[in-house]
Design a protein around this ligand. Sequence first.
Ligand code: F6P
Length: 373
Amino acid sequence: MTKNVGVLTAGGDTPGLNAALRGLGKSASYVYDLQLIGFYDGFRGLLHDRHIVLDESALSGILTIGGTILGTSRDKPHKMEIGGKVQDMRDAMVDTYHKHHLDVLVCMGGGGTQKNAFMLMEKGLNVITLPKTIDNDIPNTDVSLGFDTALGIATEAIDRLHSTAHSHHRIVLVEIMGHNTGWLALGSGVSGGADVILIPEIPYQTEKIAEAILERSRSGKHFSIVAVSEGSMSVEDRKKESELLSEKVQSKNKKDKEKARGALEMFYLEQSGRSIRLSQDLEHLTGLESRVTILGYVQRGGTPSARDRLLGSELGGAAAALIAEGVNGVMVSVKGQTTKPVPLKSVVEKRRIIPDDHIWIETARRVGTCLGD
Ligand code: F6P
């Protein structure tokens, strides 16, 4: 009997999502007896029932295109802003699911999307998710869709910054995305040969960075590339953050909690200028001219790499096969050379950070890269 499948893409977009939609939709029609509809703009499209039938023609010609043909949003089903008010809209989403007689809903997204999908699963929906984020921080999968493309873009940026840093005898800081994990900065920093790599997992000391740069200068290398993960922090700031977090947890009444939340928000706001402040400090400590490049959304845009096209096609096809078998409540994860369903519950509430003994950390140290510690 034909199964009805809904699909949505949510959270930050990544290259490779269209390959995954195509992989799911083409396997659905060529191999399995599945009918696919796509909801626009993440969970918001599911709420308002804005959809498109994803037949052969809708999925044709999208393999190499970046972004997502369905659009995306960061809406959370349990906390949606509707008419200026934050509301729990999960039941309305459940209604849309039943209106279309769906047998399963496929959600492609990062950590937040995995949580949101899990919440809908708790409301009785059959759900399958795919791991997608340039941050590569979803647990229980070796890699996430989009990471490889972003890694290539950040690496190319570091390559390009090398020649201008060299010509001008400058320090160049390059700020790389990754949210609270350093996969993207570390991976691109090692591949691009950054001299210093700063990641959230290893709080840094500015003096140690300055010393590494001065040491390069003494050996005749009058330029340095510093790859800064957007979530990295100095030792002092990390300490301040944990104090503020524990103040928030320990606050006894509503007023204190509000105050603690406000202090934390202000702290994170100040942190957003980290690369610029660090650049000024390094200029002061080394006497070398310093510049900052924030890569930003360039890392999420454009054509997916060959690896992400392959991965998207594999993940989409694997999801279709699982649906045909009647499996749900899982994320299709990447394990070695293959894909494997893992319980969705095992993915939520956790973040995949870089372990201390990870080979990329060891490799960076072995080639003499300063990690700021
Ligand atoms: O989750 C991917 C990501 O690009 C992070 O690296 C970054 O911190 C965040 O999204 C930016 O979010 P937004 O697209 O909402 O500005």
